[in-house]
Design a protein around this ligand. Structure first.
Ligand SMILES: [Zn+2]
Length: 313
C-alpha cells in the first residue's frame, strides 16, 4: 500500500511517499507559508500532487497540540490565527483519508517503527529545534495523555522565576535550550557588548536565523559565547530529562531535531552526562542515542499512522 507522510515544520513542509518497509521512496518539500492555514493547506495539496504516485491515505504531523484529530493550538507557525478543520479540509482537497498528529509524536513514532527506538517499550523523545519538543512511548505504545499534550519536556520547569519562555512562563527547559530562546539571549549579549561569530556565520550561510547548522559551525569554531549558551542548554536539558526519567523509568532517550542531526552521538552523550547527577536511581541500561532517520522520522511516523488508519478501517 502506498501512503504519504507530511511533516509541517516552522521552516519547511516535507512530504514523502513511504513504502511498506517504511522507506521514503519519493519526496518533495517547500517553505512553510507564513500567511495562515489556507496557504499551508494549498502547499500540502500541491506537494502531494507533485509526487509520482497517488497515496491511499495521508498522515500529517502538525507542530501543535492535536487531540482526537482536531488541531487545538499551533503556537509555532506564524499567521495561524484562524482555527480551521485541517483534517477534513485536506480530505476534501486530496480525496483520500487524512490523519493528524503532533509533529514530535510523529517523529518518535517514526523512530519507534523504523529507527533507533524500534520495538523498545519505554522511550522518551526529545526534539531540539526552534523549541524543545517531546514525545513518549510507554508500555510499548505511543502515549499522548488525556488531551494529547503529553511529553512536553520543553515546558518542564527547571528554574522557577528563571528566563522567560515562549509559552509565557518562566524557567522552562525551552527558555534555555530552544533555538529561538538561545538566539534571543545571544542577541541580548551582543547588545551588552559581548562578541560572537554566530551572527556572521548566519550571514555567511545565507540564513535568516541561527539554524542548527549555524550553531554547529560556531561550536566547531570554539566560539566562546555559543559554547556558553550551549553548555547552559545542555545543563537545563539534563535536569529536565533526569526528572522525566525519575518519574517514568524509561529505557531509551532519543534526541532528535536539527541539532541532533548535526551533532549526533556526542550531543546525546553530553545530555546523558548532564542528567546523571539528577537521577534518583541511575539505570546502567538506560541508553541515549540520536534519532536515526534524521529529517525523515516525522514523514515516516505520519505515514505509518496513515497506513494503520487504512488497515483498521
Ligand atoms: Zn515554556
Amino acid at each position: 500500500m502506498i501512503v504519504a507522510g507530511v511533516d509541517i515544520g516552522g521552516t519547511n513542509i516535507e512530504v514523502g511517499i513511504v513504502d511498506s518497509d517504511h522507506r521514503v521512496v519519493d519526496r518533495a518539500k517547500a517553505s512553510t507559508p507564513t500567511d495562515g492555514p489556507d496557504s499551508v493547506v494549498a502547499t500540502i495539496v500541491e506537494l502531494i500532487e507533485s509526487l509520482r504516485e497517488t497515496p491511499a491515505a495521508v498522515g500529517v504531523g502538525v507542530p501543535g497540540v492535536v487531540h482526537h484529530g482536531e488541531v487545538l493550538t499551533v503556537p509555532n507557525l506564524s499567521g495561524w490565527t484562524d482555527q480551521i478543520d485541517l483534517g477534513p479540509t485536506l480530505e476534501d482537497h486530496l480525496g483520500v483519508p487524512v490523519v493528524l498528529g503532533n509533529d514530535v509524536n510523529m517523529g518518535l513514532l517514526g523512530e519507534w517503527i523504523a529507527g533507533v527506538a524500534h520495538d523498545v517499550a519505554n522511550v522518551l523523545g526529545v526534539w531540539m529545534g526552534t523549541g524543545i519538543g517531546g514525545a513518549l512511548i510507554l508500555d510499548g505504545r505511543p502515549f499522548n495523555g488525556s488531551r494529547g499534550a503529553a511529553g512536553e519536556i520543553g515546558h518542564v520547569i527547571v528554574r522557577p522565576g528563571g528566563a522567560l519562555c515562549s509559552c509565557g512562563r518562566r524557567g522552562c527547559v525551552e527558555a534555555y535550550a530552544g533555538r529561538r530562546s538561545m538566539a534571543a539571549t545571544a542577541a541580548a549579549m551582543v547588545d551588552a557588548g559581548r562578541h560572537t561569530a554566530l551572527f556572521s556565520i548566519r550571514d555567511a550561510e545565507g540564513k535568516a536565523r541561527l539554524t542548527s547548522k549555524v550553531w554547529a559551525r560556531a561550536l566547531e569554531e570554539s566560539d566562546e559565547l555559543a559554547g556558553q549558551l550551549f553548555d547552559m542548554a545542555i545543563e537545563t536539558l539534563g535536569i529536565g530529562v533526569a526528572s522525566a526519567v525519575n518519574l517514568i523509568d524509561i529505557e531509551l532517550v532519543v534526541i532528535g531535531g536539527g541539532l541532533a542531526e548535526k551533532l549526533g552521538q556526542p550531543l546525546a552523550d553530553r545530555i546523558e552526562k548532564a542528567a546523571e547527577p539528577w537521577m534518583l536511581r541511575p539505570n546502567p541500561e538506560l541508553a541515549w542515542v540520536p534519532a536515526a532517520l534524521g529529517d525523515d522520522s516525522g514523514v515516516v511516523g505520519a505515514a505509518s499512522l496513515a497506513r494503520a488508519m487504512v488497515i483498521l478501517t
